[in-house]
Design a protein around this ligand. Sequence first.
Ligand code: ATP
Ligand code: MG
Length: 570
Amino acid sequence: MRVSQMFIPTLRQEPAEAEIISHKLMLRAGFIRKSSAGVYTYMPLGYKIIKKISEIVREEMDRANGQEVLLPIIQPAELWQETGRWDVYGDEMFRLKDRHNRDFCLGPTHEEIITDLVRGEVKSYKQLPMLLYQIQNKYRDERRPRFGLMRGREFIMKDLYSFDVDEAGLDISYKSMYQAYSNVFKRCGLEFSPVEADSGAMGGSTTHEFMAIADSGEAEIVYCKTCQYAANTEKAPCNDPQGEVIQSDQMKVLELVETPEVQSIEDVAEFLKVDKKDTVKTLVYEADEQLVLALVRGDRELNEVKLQNLLGASILEMADAGKVASEMGCEVGYLGPINKDIKVIADYEVKYLGNTVVGANKAGYHYVNANPARDFNVESYGDLRMIEKEDPCPKCGKELTFARGIEVGQVFKLGTKYSESLNAKYLDENGKEQLMVMGCYGIGVSRTMAAIIEQHYDENGIIWPVEIAPYKVVIVPVNEKDTEIVEFAEGLYTELTQSGIEVALDDRKERAGVKFKDADLVGYPLRITVGKTYKEYGEVEINIRRTGERITEKSEQVVSWVQAYLEDNK
Ligand code: ATP
Ligand code: MG
């Protein structure tokens, strides 16, 4: 297409509202425009990228025997009530009513809808396995929509659902999706790592997240170079250190001490001249509306995912300050487990603390010489903390490496969670009813676009991998008034177009410098400059965006050179 006719409103200035590079560059290159928080318009070039990614996804899903459908965005509340998720989904769900006052939501995901469809239509084992997928907008009223396409409230997802006769069938579907996901992200030019992840909230057993490695990623992952273990830090277990529990004769007398204006663990440790490791951090949560005290060693960070799993809670939230004050009779900085009739659960490490420091549930006071076995009732000990740099690999005990990642996809073994609650059954070979065994598999198509940019850019703009680029080549005639130059550029444009290559011709009446800047910003893999050397020697200059290389090529060789380059760099 001719750049003069394209709708590419590029910006010279850094957009103030953007924090991460992909968001900045997408706005500057005219790929997206914001409509409201977390809701975007895809401009022509941006939408081309979405279509390229979608096409790769489609090819890989089809190759794995997926069949594409398009499910409704508007979903009736009744289905969500059947699975119990109408209440659990909470504020993240966009809810609406029709004119008859019936409840609906805008689909944040489609397990309910698809299982309802399949339970109505699929009756026999002969029809299974069945893999159905769609590429569509999803709606989630995220607490913090941010980073452009990275965390939207309206975003594009590919979601596939597998229905099998048994666990063995699900294993096969899961493996084949895992492979298909690896193919997709490889073709998108991403450096990625599949990691073990938590399956708590979705229900189900095994799950992996596909993480694009990037410092801007919201997730933290941990991996072991020795045994290849890789997990989301939310998931990575911290085993019971199997230390020694303090003997009763070593326990000192519990003492209430005044700790005025001292609330954080740092301040408490400094004030009492003890190591943070020798104190206990008390946190109050509301788990399905019941208050719970969670204890970790003072130097550790509590892992909410582990806490929620240990409690088996559907909803877990930090208790709000008002509730804490009324039920505990004290503000957050001085909370502790002694003399409280509230459920207490603690991290393994707390078991091995002796003569430790805890809040006294009294403003301005802590207890010293507290001993878990003697002074407070822990209902259960478990793994409650975040894994840290010096922790050994939970599998092989060797050193761990940490990195940040963008979750671009996730695969889940759901088992029978949804087929049970929605009664999705088939008749087996003996005519007996059996529950279908399900898996679900999501790819964030719009987030993948952002992740690609996070890994492929320089100070001048985006560097699209060849397969993703909106146009593979831009032709820049340096002087629009020079008929010899313009004629050759036009001819080359026609020839490349006819050979099936996506090419842009920058025919704007702009200085060459402006065209070069825009070409770098938009990220075309190749730029062909037609200028003086064409007139003098019949040669053009080819710039490779990724490497910055410049190549001079005879004008009659250009088309075959471009074809060969694109073929080699697919
Ligand atoms: P996150 O933990 O980042 O909120 P999620 O685990 O809730 O994501 P899934 O339900 O697994 O998301 O959705 C499948 C994929 O959809 C994710 O792997 C991600 O790539 C994408 N995705 C999820 N939420 C968003 C969002 N708000 N904006 C853009 N993409 C998203
Ligand atoms: Mg996920």
